[in-house]
Design a protein around this ligand. Structure first.
Ligand code: SAM
Length: 228
């Protein structure tokens, strides 16, 4: 899969993309991540990409032209799935991550300042928000998308690390887990997990997953029954 990130701050991604599973995924060719700095496409002699808002008001708006030109410079950009990072977009979810992971090429556009000239909406397929709060820029959201999508790609996680049991994948929160020691400060690991009885363990985990979801996220159960 290919991911292209349009940003005026590509250096922000160093570290997050060069460690751990994201590093491994790129190294083994599961994902190819490229950056395009849309400042390079400014036709302004000072390379400005922002300007004042028509009608007045505080802050600067990202101009549509450099972003459009940057998009057009990406090979086969018209067939790629283009995502605009904005707090006004569709709330990001595991379901959307699953959908994105099936695409050949996604392009993520990161905003800054007061956001984008609204005409950018004519050149994107989807607006995505990572939550009901406002960040200074779209880069952290783009990292969230890249990380959550990459771990779903074939061969990225080993069987030990598989994602099928993770929270949200099947619409539920994951069951509780424990590791050594069997007892810590008087707190014991549930007996069933030490029993070696796989059928019983699976039954317990399913029940705990449901119980936990009911307690913490009843909205997920409601959504699940609506989708059945
Ligand atoms: N004035 C805009 C508004 O009220 O909708 C917010 C602009 S925000 C300060 C600057 C940029 O950060 C946005 O254009 C977007 O790319 C990114 N951003 C901020 N919060 C975000 C969120 N919750 N989800 C996705 N992107 C976000």
């Amino acid at each position: 899969m290919k991911i292209t990130i349009l940003t005026i701050f590509p250096e922000m991604f160093a570290g997050v993309f060069t460690e751990s599973i994201l590093k491994r995924a790129q190294g083994q060719g599961s994902v190819e991540i490229n950056f395009v700095n849309f400042r390079d496409f400014s036709l302004n002699k000072h390379h400005r990409v922002d300007d004042y808002s028509f009608g007045g008001g505080p802050g600067l708006i990202l101009a549509v032209e450099p972003i459009y030109l940057a998009l057009k410079s990406i090979p086969a950009y018209d067939t790629a799935f283009k995502i605009l990072m904005t707090p006004q977009g569709t709330p990001y979810s595991q379901k959307i991550a699953n959908d994105f992971s099936k695409k050949d090429h996604i392009i993520i556009i990161c905003g800054h300042y007061e956001g984008f000239d609204d005409r950018i909406l004519n050149f994107v397929d989807m607006e995505v928000s990572i939550g009901d709060y406002v960040l200074t820029g779209g880069e952290i959201g783009a990292m969230v998308i890249v990380d959550s999508v990459t771990r779903l790609l074939p061969g990225v996680l080993s069987s030990d690390e598989s994602f099928e049991q993770d929270s949200f994948y099947n619409g539920l929160l994951e069951f509780p887990q424990y590791t050594r020691p069997q007892e810590f400060m008087g707190m014991k690991v549930p007996d069933v997990l030490l029993s070696g009885n796989h059928a019983e363990i699976e039954k317990w985990r399913k029940e705990e997953s449901l119980k936990r979801t009911k307690e913490r996220r009843p909205d997920l159960l409601k959504k699940r029954s609506e989708n059945d």
